[in-house]
Write a protein that binds this ligand. Structure first.
Ligand SMILES: [Zn+2]
Ligand SMILES: [Zn+2]
Length: 276
């Protein structure tokens, strides 16, 4: 219950409102403004009514305000988002779950209408949140390792050409990384059970005129599409799966065929015989 404060008392105390408990002429038992004596509830009613009668004008006014204060509004939204990030994310996720179909429909329409804009937006979003997105993806991979392996193996099986092209491009653009992988693989070979000497490799090459997998000849260099190329040392049972580094577990194969085998045994070595 609001305390009784006369207008004179409120003015003396520097309060903006007073309260007598008596109804106004529209029978609101409400606070009144110390400055004018007007009823707070009446003013609210009048304001509401004005808003109802001037909705068009209000829309215009707020549009004008938004236009004039774009940066301010954005900054405020950003602040509020940062302060309530968890809630906002949960709310957005809930909205997406509830409106999945409508969202997909809108997306499809936008994609058809302006593919370039969408591509740009995506790129912008990616670069703005790059580190975060990479970390998120890595976490997903860690949490769903088994499923990820299966997905990747299936992708490699179903898209051997794309995978070949991608790996060829990678080797071309990242020679240093490629060399590192080669070093890592040689280290794995050293620590794997068994032994495979340069002499073993020469013997294997001598009895392997064609690729173990595709039965095509080896070539000096990779084709532009990443196929063929020189013989590479491949372990039939990958070392990572407990295979031995022995002549019995070794075949000569194109790097790309080694890739399309798709058992997770691809090693982006730079197209040279590994032990040469
Ligand atoms: Zn009133
Ligand atoms: Zn081959």
């Amino acid at each position: 219950m609001t305390q009784i404060v006369t207008r004179a008392e409120a003015t003396a105390l520097g309060l903006k409102r007073f309260y007598t408990g008596d109804p106004c002429k529209r029978e609101h038992v409400a606070e009144r403004f110390a400055s004018t004596g007007g009823c707070v509830a009446c003013l609210r009613d009048q304001t509401d009514e004005w808003r109802r009668n001037n909705s068009e004008k209000l829309r215009e006014l707020s549009a004008e305000y938004r236009q004039a204060n774009l940066e301010k509004i954005r900054e405020k939204a950003r602040q509020s988002y940062r302060a309530n990030r968890e809630n906002e994310l949960a709310r957005a996720a809930k909205y997406r779950r509830k409106n999945k179909e409508a969202i997909n429909r809108r997306r499809a329409i936008r994609r058809r209408g302006s593919p370039n804009i969408i591509r740009e937006e995506r790129a912008r979003h990616y670069y703005a949140h790059r580190a975060e997105l990479i970390e998120k993806r890595a976490k997903y991979r860690r949490d769903h390792a088994e499923q990820e392996r299966k997905n990747q193996a299936r992708y490699r099986r179903e898209n051997p050409e794309t995978v070949r092209r991608k790996h060829a491009k990678y080797r071309y653009l990242q020679p240093d990384k490629t060399r590192e992988f080669g070093i890592a693989r040689r280290a794995r070979e050293r620590s794997a059970p068994g032994k495979f000497t340069p002499a073993d490799w020469r013997a294997l090459l001598a009895r392997s005129p064609v690729c173990y997998y595709c039965k095509k000849k080896f070539t000096r260099t990779l084709r532009p599409d990443g196929t063929l190329g020189p013989a590479t040392h491949d372990h039939v049972i990958p070392l990572s799966k407990g295979g031995a580094n022995t002549p019995e577990n070794s075949v000569a194969a194109h790097l790309s065929c080694n890739v399309s085998k798709g058992a997770g045994s691809w090693h982006p070595v730079n197209g040279q015989g590994l032990l040469l």
